[in-house]
Design a protein around this ligand. Sequence first.
Ligand SMILES: C[S@@+](CC[C@H](N)C(=O)[O-])C[C@H]1O[C@@H](n2cnc3c(N)ncnc32)[C@H](O)[C@@H]1O
Length: 330
Amino acid sequence: MFNEQRKIQYLTGLDWALKSASTKYATHGYHPYASRYIPQIPHYLISVFSKKNDLVLDNFLGSGTTLVESKILGRDAIGLDVNPLACLIARVKTTNIQKCDLEEICQFCLSLDKDIQSLKNNDKHNTSILVGDIPHPNILKWFNQSSISELLLLKNRIDSIKKKKTREFLLVAFSSILRAVSDATSGFGNLMLNLHPPPRIGAYQKFCRVVTSMVEGMKQYNQTSTHSNVKILNSDSRNLNFLQDHTIDFICTHPPYILVEMKRVLAKRKYCCIVIGNPIYKGKTWHLNEILKKDSLKVGFALIKEIRRRKYRLTMGNIKEEYVLILKNE
Ligand SMILES: C[S@@+](CC[C@H](N)C(=O)[O-])C[C@H]1O[C@@H](n2cnc3c(N)ncnc32)[C@H](O)[C@@H]1O
């Protein structure tokens, strides 16, 4: 694209508040994830700081927002996360599923209807599957009995699917409904029991709705994504030894951060963008962007620009503003 000055000019002219932007297109809305960034952020940055077939790294992958955008923009990408659930969500969000398999997925949901009805009628003899034991005694505090039965049936059936892509797709749908069908409070923050839970829709019904919407998301993703490669590792990014020095064309991530390793693997004269929010705790704002800027300079990055964005969708830490730090490995 343009030279550095024009890149920065272009970026600073963009609407970063993105107040009414759709953030759940393609596969982005598959699963809630704490402190997810909105897809437009990596989209802007990847477009400007890398080119087709470049290799992008997100060493704090989370739910895979950077990787989905890399696939859409035709960049190869590597993502790491210590959380196996994050890796599962990211794998499902970045793996194309063809039309015939999507039809099978919808068929799978319909095929459960009879067993769910039998469960509802408490007709144990006609319920042709084993629902298994209740996994933990405390579970009865969080879910009512009918949700547990439906969830066990769903999980049991999903586990028996042989095709990994299909099984993982349905597992993500399953995981994404758990909080909504439980008696936990909704929203971010600590998981608390809602002592007066509102009436919930049945787990199976919710699951079918989520699967239908995920299937639509996958159709959109299939149309917009490219054939670029995505690699996801369930590992600790404090150790990036599997990457040679200066082999990454662009880093786009969201804290925490491991600056020395990031600088080592990033190619010379290439960029690293870190999105960082300043949380408010006990009425005090913690200026993490300032700490991060100092640390970045200490390890030898050059600070090219800091873009401040106002956040309209509040997430954990009551973060009202966040910063995009544009660093360069000079
Ligand atoms: C803020 S979230 C990233 C969210 C992501 N940008 C998204 O849009 O979904 C930070 C992630 O870093 C992961 N993480 C924290 N320490 C890590 C480490 N040492 N190695 C790999 N992942 C780590 C956490 O599990 C979490 O998923």
